[in-house]
Design a protein. Structure first.
Length: 134
């Protein structure tokens, strides 16, 4: 069981399961979305994810029509995303998880399009785009 929240605390959520693999995505969309070198995410079953506070504050942005990104309308924290092609999963932004996470990074993805100034310091597997399993 995990809990998470946005920067201002108006949006809070719970996860009924352990987290999926931790993935750092270095693609240009994730860089714009976070304002940083990459986005840290984990996939969990939709049924295990619950917004417990601030549903009315959540805003949705679609960079692609079938990819829904949800963020706090007050402070701007990205909370989670889902794809129409995979309704059974949600992609949670790891930086908003408040409970201890005892996993290591599983993979770096979209490394071929990472920023020139982005130097990956760990030895986790790196994939040019999506990993073969996705
Ligand atoms: Zn907020
Ligand atoms: Zn990305």
């Amino acid at each position: 069981m995990h809990k998470g929240s946005c920067l201002c605390g108006q949006v809070q959520y719970e996860i009924d399961e352990s987290l999926g693999p931790i993935v750092f995505c270095h693609c240009s969309v994730c860089r714009k979305s976070t304002g940083s070198a990459h986005q840290a995410v984990t996939r969990i079953p939709s049924a295990a994810f619950r917004i417990t506070r601030g549903q009315d504050v959540l805003r949705e942005y679609r960079h692609e029509p079938a990819h829904h990104r949800y963020f706090c309308g007050n402070c701007g924290s990205g909370i989670y995303a889902r794809r129409d092609s995979k309704p059974e999963m949600v992609i949670v932004r790891l930086g908003t998880v408040d409970t201890p996470v005892d996993q290591e990074i599983a993979a770096h993805i979209f490394v071929d399009s990472k920023a020139s100034w982005d130097h990956i310091p760990d030895d986790a597997p790196k994939f040019p785009e999506w990993p073969p399993s996705s």
